[in-house]
Design a protein around this ligand. Structure first.
Ligand SMILES: [Zn+2]
Length: 304
């Protein structure tokens, strides 16, 4: 969806919701979307056409502040030592975990966990809890959490650790998505290429086994452009924003995507792949965890 279409979307949807489908049909080279991120299925999402090999390159000054400590190396018994004033920098494997309230009894019974308990430095930017999303209305309560099924914990922990070591943090745009929200999305954009048609079972986001993520620098940057800033941190340039319904959003797109953005997408994929999480080729931000494509009974846990 280009900028003009984005601006016009609310009006267009009011006039004729089917216009989204017409636009989608024009993109003949978009991969067949049996598993959209804004949806419930992920069965065909996971095999990238190439293996990402480029390691993340640390950026100067990008060591995670929460994880970095300065330790005086001099011995107090030898104040004249020339090494006394020289600090050694050590980096812990994980930052201090924030205080996270327990999830609801229903969420706990469904095996859902708050992402902050496994990725303490995660930046939570749930776009569907705001009006800053493709629907243009808030779909989640303002206190919505990023909940994921516990089966995603090992993979997300590994991915976050790999990024952290390179000076980056994961940013979560969407996690568990209640079925009612999926229904609402499809009512607004009834195009299965963009929004998966709600079915009789849950998988992917509806089963809390997929996440929509991007990457930010771990060190807060007040000078970061407003369009790239999230909670004081600067997002890496990925070539498109969230829910950009254009071919440039394809995970391996090169046309119209800068070399820097392609490299940044590789950083994200490499880390997620290290945790066994696989990208949906139609959207660089959508990753599936183990069993994301398995159809399961609906979860009716609240998202907050
Ligand atoms: Zn998604």
């Amino acid at each position: 969806m280009n900028a003009l279409r984005r601006r016009l979307l609310p009006l267009v949807l009011i006039i004729v919701a089917a216009s989204a489908g017409c636009a989608r049909a024009q993109n003949a080279d978009r991969p067949v979307r049996s598993s959209p991120s804004i949806g419930a299925s992920s069965s065909a999402a996971s095999t990238p056409p190439s293996t990402a090999t480029a390691p993340a390159t640390p950026t100067a000054g990008a060591t995670p502040t929460a994880a970095a400590t300065l330790i005086a190396s001099a011995s107090a018994s030898n104040p004249s030592s020339p090494t006394r004033a020289r600090p050694a920098v050590t980096t812990s494997a994980a930052p201090v975990a924030p205080r996270v309230p327990p999830v609801s009894a229903k969420a706990r019974a469904d095996g859902l966990i708050d992402i902050r308990t496994i990725v303490p430095d995660a930046i939570i930017d749930l776009r569907y809890a705001t009006v800053n999303n493709f629907v243009g209305v808030r779909l989640y309560p303002t206190d919505a959490r990023c909940l994921v099924h516990e089966s995603m914990a090992p993979g997300l922990t590994t991915a976050a650790r790999q990024l952290r070591r390179a000076g980056y943090v994961l940013v979560f745009w969407d996690c568990y998505r209640p079925h009612a929200v999926q229904v609402h999305m499809f009512q607004v954009v009834p195009d299965a290429n963009w929004v998966a048609r709600p079915g009789p079972f849950a998988d992917s986001h509806e089963a809390a086994r997929s996440v929509d993520v991007t990457v930010a620098r771990a060190v807060a940057d007040p000078a970061c452009a407003a369009s790239q800033r999230v909670h004081g941190h600067c997002l890496l340039d990925m070539g498109t924003g969230f829910d950009d319904f254009t071919d440039r959003a394809h995970a391996f797109a090169s046309y119209g995507v800068s070399a820097t953005a392609q490299s940044n997408r590789t950083k994200l994929r490499t880390a997620m792949n290290a945790g066994g999480l696989t990208v949906y080729t139609g959207e660089w931000w959508h990753f599936d965890g183990p069993g994301a494509d398995v159809q399961r009974p609906y979860l009716d846990a609240p998202v907050d």
